[in-house]
Design a protein around this ligand. Sequence first.
Ligand SMILES: [Mg+2]
Length: 336
Amino acid sequence: MKVGHLLSSILSRSTEAAFAVGVLRRVALLSESWFASERVRGTDLRLKNSPVTLIDYAVQCIVNAELERRFPLDGLVCEEAPLSIADSRLRRQLYAMIREALPEANDRVIRDSMNYKKPASTARERYWVLDPIDGTAGLLAGRQYATALALVEGQEVVLGSMACPRLPAKCAAPHYSIGWIYLGLKNQGAYAHRIKGKGGGWRELQVSSFEDLGKATYCESVIGSHTSPRSHLKLARSLGIVRNPVRVDGQCKYALVARGEVCLYLRFPKKPGYRERVWDHAAGLILVEEAGGRVTDLRGERISLADDYRLKESYGVIASNGSVHDKVVERARALL
Ligand SMILES: [Mg+2]
């Protein structure tokens, strides 16, 4: 459903929503152009076995600098620590990338952008949550990734936005032009817009009304380092799901549920003690909820953002179209 006027009116009233959409569109176009350019391609810094690239750092610095300019009182919780780049050549390259987005920025602004301001109290302050590149392995392999930015007030996500630069309009589509921006606003719905060009304006997202799990598809991570595909399969089979899972990088999985393409996203932790990181879920969960779906942990509890870094009180994640949620949680609890 096209909702151009409705969303234009929401965006004109919400400085934060207009900011999020604007900054995500810019960094999405830059990420794709950096990836395509020889200058950056292959220059990935691997930290603690997790692939992190200069693109991750540059996107984080750009969003941080823009937040600092527009919303100086807000804190930020994000994934990377760009100050840890010791190599001077890489630091120079990073400065050049940031300057592409912020041509007016002097060295001090760029240096400051590497040092983000954590919220002193997640209970009292409002703050943003950013995963600059969610699915870096996907970015490098030419698969999916997302840049995810959420706004938290009173420990509730009130705005979630994601750029998925490579996500086609339909999963099965053979090609993509340049993907989508998604926006979920508390009590105001979930929407999608093409990153480039007019592309038909804003569309409202609606989860599927699917109830027949025998014909359902679920999605899960491509990289199983923290999640357990085996547990997902066990749960799926016990629910009568016979189709193979769709494996997608980053929070694009939430987008697939929100736009009604799959009815379920499963995320069982590989190890019992593992707790999810807030920037991997904050933007995606409000997108699914505002599209009419549900997001809980494996026990059916609402996802709690009481902590600013890990979802300490939540165990795994189930995101669904809502219709199948209770049934899935009931079986999941039996498997825990
Ligand atoms: Mg990341």
